[in-house]
Ligand binder design. Structure first.
Ligand code: PMP
Length: 453
């Protein structure tokens, strides 16, 4: 059968990201064949509701003809234009202008990449250029959060705090430091926002002091930590951290690769928190996953400093596909769709999703429910009072993911027993209800599973 031969070809030739190769060979690939709205269909014709928008990226949902038309038109007219040698293309220039207009504050300069990892990597280079231009080349130390995720490039993965991205690479490098995550459900300071914020501020101050105040270049945060398990800091946390960085003269980077483009409600989570970072990194929802693209937003003062510092010489950083015209044409169309009703629908659907998940708090396995907009999680525990995580040895994540799949639902099951939700913003009430109903069924089945409890 069509699908079985694909499974053999996949096993023989396709290397999957962040996978146990032997585990994947044993399990075999699940081939997705088509999709529409928030529903994906596999190669056997089975329909599933996509509660994770691919990999938190298909924010607009599947099957928008206008996006296909925008890409086709651009491929026909000009499929590629380099942005090297002072060249450019209309969609890339227009997209930069549209994004700058909507970005918080003075984030007026945009550098296009292929995705999130190279967006983060680009900021590392730009930040070094910035401090060299300011005559402070020793400002070369970077701080990020535990449970943080900032991509999988060889250098940027050192800002990521997931141990399986580090082993064998000598990362984090000695110039990459971490402070604890605000993680309200498991914060030693308790779950009072006041104490969580105070603890994070104290941790950042202490880390800067330990490294040396004149050595720290930048601090990286996700407004909501995604891959660490959808960790939502309390309101006011982001602003407090941003203000401290300003006081300490440290650049503040908001990694909005997941939170950007309507995931939490507005186009950018930073706007909602009323902060203006020095850099913002985005990808995923920028093109809604239809084609690859990322964007680094750079504040005026940073751009001017780098430009002055470099003078007549070239700032050495670029990719063949920086500012790709087809990706830009897609992003322009996706932006229209967001503002033509998708953002609004996402807010409505997000409220329904959160209310439905909140109603599951009484389930014996549910320790915590958290989220904002169309980004949510429930954290499963075996003992609610002690907040005991599921036993990692029995690979609960794999088992829960498989069970949800059998029930016709795609979710993210994190190794620590957190279930992540990031559905497309186009979800109807019926889509959200299906996600909730299939989640409830999966939880009840998990409760009966002796290897998970
Ligand atoms: N930063 C954050 C916050 C992310 O969530 C991700 C991807 N999940 C990245 C960076 C890396 O993006 P990509 O996978 O597109 O390289």
């Amino acid at each position: 059968m069509y699908s079985n031969s694909l499974i053999e070809l996949d096993r023989a030739h396709l290397i999957h990201p962040v996978a146990s190769y032997r585990g994947h060979e044993a399990q075999g690939v699940r081939v997705l064949a088509s999709a529409k709205g928030a529903t994906v269909t596999d190669a056997y014709g089975r329909q599933l509701i996509d509660g994770f928008a691919g990999l938190w990226c298909v924010n607009a949902g599947y099957g928008h003809e206008s996006i296909v038309e925008a890409a086709t038109r651009q491929m026909r007219e000009l499929p590629y234009a380099t942005a090297y040698f002072g060249l450019g293309s209309e969609p890339a220039i227009r997209l930069a202008a549209e994004l700058a207009e909507r970005a918080p504050g003075d984030l007026n300069h945009i550098y296009f990449t292929l995705g999130g990892s190279d967006a983060v990597d680009s900021t590392i280079r730009f930040i070094r250029y910035y401090w060299i231009a300011r005559g402070k080349p020793r400002r070369d130390q970077f701080i990020s959060l535990e449970q943080g995720y900032h991509g999988s490039s060889t250098v940027g993965a050192g800002l990521t705090a997931l141990p399986n991205f580090h082993a064998g690479f000598g990362i984090p490098f000695d110039w990459q430091h971490k402070i604890p995550s605000p993680y309200p459900y498991r914060n030693p300071a308790g779950d009072d926002p006041k104490w969580i914020i105070a603890a994070s501020l104290a941790a950042l101050r202490a880390k800067v002091e330990a490294i040396g105040a004149d050595r720290v270049a930048a601090f990286y945060v996700e407004p909501i930590q995604g891959s660490g398990g959808v960790i939502v800091p309390p309101k006011g946390w982001l602003k407090a951290m941003r203000d401290l960085c300003r006081e300490l003269d440290i650049l503040f980077v908001a990694d909005e690769v997941i939170t950007g483009f309507g995931r939490t409600g507005p186009l950018f989570a930073c706007s909602e928190e009323d902060i203006v970072p020095d850099f913002m990194t985005t990808a995923k929802g920028l093109t809604s996953g239809y084609v690859p693209m990322g964007a680094v937003f750079m504040a005026d003062h940073v751009y001017q400093t780098i430009a002055e510092g470099a003078g007549a010489s070239a700032v050495g950083h670029g990719y063949t596909y920086s500012a790709h015209p087809v990706s830009a044409a897609v992003a322009l169309e996706v932006l229209k769709l967001y503002e033509g009703g998708l953002l609004e629908n996402g807010v409505k659907a997000g409220a329904r999703l959160m209310a439905g998940l909140e109603a599951m708090r009484d389930h014996p396995l549910v320790g915590d429910v958290r989220g904002r907009g169309m980004l949510a999680a429930i954290e499963l525990v075996t003992d609610k009072t002690a907040r005991t995580p599921l036993p990692a040895e029995t690979q609960p994540a794999r088992r829960i993911f498989d069970r949800a799949w059998e029930n016709g639902l795609v979710i993210r099951a994190f190794a620590n027993g957190v279930l992540g939700y990031a559905p497309p913003l186009c979800c109807t009430d019926a889509d959200i209800d299906a996600i909730l109903e299939k989640t409830a069924k999966t939880l009840d089945q998990t409760l009966e599973d002796p290897d998970v409890r």
